[in-house]
Design a protein around this ligand. Structure first.
Ligand SMILES: *Cc1c(COP(=O)(O)O)cnc(C)c1O
Length: 359
């Protein structure tokens, strides 16, 4: 523990009755805990003034660089309450390491892995009562983010940067049971090109995906799937989830292009599925392989994964030139999903050493 954090407790914390009401049906991303973490950076001082304060709006100069040039990165992770009441994070160092990589791409200062982990740990401890019980896959979603807070309209890396963590209780992603998501193939838009920001977790990638997502909704689909920018042929990922294809011989393929965002869920599934006897190959995966594989029955399952939904079966693929129906099943998909959530919620032994105790 290296940062000196000062903590100012909220004078008006959410009362027990209201908190119970929120935690009974938290939804996603609408309710926030009583506190937040902040630390600031300048070239002269480095990271300084780490603090936990009551949650609330922040003051930003209208000339703050992030508002104009989108120099921003973020992370998404969860804290889980186990049956014995303890609270655990899932691979927080992996999020910290990814944020270091993202900061490199966005010319933001590096926040050390141990400082990142300390920030999410301390905030979760202060707001522990906001961690729902694990019943029904509820958790506390943690959102670390870093942005250019310097008041300056010149185009160069900011010399005043802010890193914050906020937390929000999250309900089950799927209400009323897991159900397959139908995908719309985006052929007009791409999310990342060679040398671009695709591998960084940055708001700009989401901004550029929204219009394609809107198109997906208009087509009656739940999510959009993007192809590589260069050839328009290789499957990349959804707006915020990585993809997996299961073959009838039990083998699994996940796309690798150099421009996808490497999910921690994706990486964990590679290890988990391998151990379950289903080797995962990372390679370029052409859209025709998907269409032909489902048609021939060689591809038996398709799924997407990310922190929010964990694992979700993929149904039909809709394109401007015709549709590919949902693959035959989702048996292995659901087995992998169960194995992962059982580790996260402390119902299965953590043989990979992924969980870090917070409380
Ligand atoms: C965050 C994210 C994912 C999933 O990553 P996880 O670490 O598994 O949550 C996938 N794709 C994009 C574009 C993302 O931003």
């Amino acid at each position: 523990m290296s940062m000196q954090i000062t903590t100012t407790h909220s004078a008006i914390p959410t009362d027990d009755a209201r908190l119970a009401e929120i935690l009974s049906n938290p939804g996603f991303g609408t309710h926030f805990t009583d506190h937040m973490f902040t630390v600031e950076w300048t070239p002269a001082e480095g990271w300084h003034d780490a603090r936990i304060t009551p949650y609330g709006p922040i003051t930003l100069d209208p000339a703050a660089a992030v508002l104009h040039y989108a120099q921003e990165i973020f992370e998404g992770m969860k804290a889980y309450r186990h049956p014995d009441g303890s609270v655990w994070a899932f691979r927080p160092e992996a999020n910290a390491e990814r944020m270091v990589r993202s900061s490199g791409r966005l010319a933001l200062p590096e926040l050390e892995v141990e400082d990142f982990v300390q920030a999410v740990t301390e905030l979760t401890r202060v707001d522990e009562r906001w961690v729902p019980d694990g019943e029904g896959e509820k958790s506390l979603y943690l959102r670390p983010f870093m942005f250019a807070s310097e008041k300056f309209l010149g185009v160069r890396p900011a010399e005043h940067v802010t890193f914050m963590v906020i937390a929000s209780p999250a309900g089950a992603y799927f209400k009323g049971g897991v159900k397959p998501v139908d995908l719309w193939l985006s052929e007009d838009y791409t999310r990342a090109g060679r040398g671009g920001m695709g591998a960084a977790k940055t708001g700009g990638n989401y901004a550029s995906s929204l219009v394609a997502q809107q198109e997906a909704y208009a087509q009656g689909c739940d999510q959009v799937v993007f192809l590589d920018a260069q050839e328009g042929r290789y499957v990349e990922e959804l707006g915020g989830m990585n993809m997996y294809f299961v073959y009838d011989d039990g083998s699994i393929v996940t796309p690798e292009t150099g421009t996808i965002l490497e999910g921690i869920t994706r990486a964990s599934i590679i290890e988990l599925a391998g151990k379950m006897g289903h080797p995962v190959t990372e390679r370029r995966f052409a859209i025709e392989e998907w269409q032909e594989g489902v048609a021939s029955g060689r591809i038996t399952e398709v799924f997407a994964c990310g922190t929010a939904a964990v694992v979700t079966p993929v149904g039909a693929l809709k394109t401007a030139h015709g549709d590919t129906p949902a693959p035959a099943g989702a048996e292995l998909t659901m087995k992998i999903r169960q194995a992962l959530v059982d580790v996260q919620f402390g119902r299965a032994e953590d043989t990979f050493g992924w969980m870090r105790r917070i409380v």
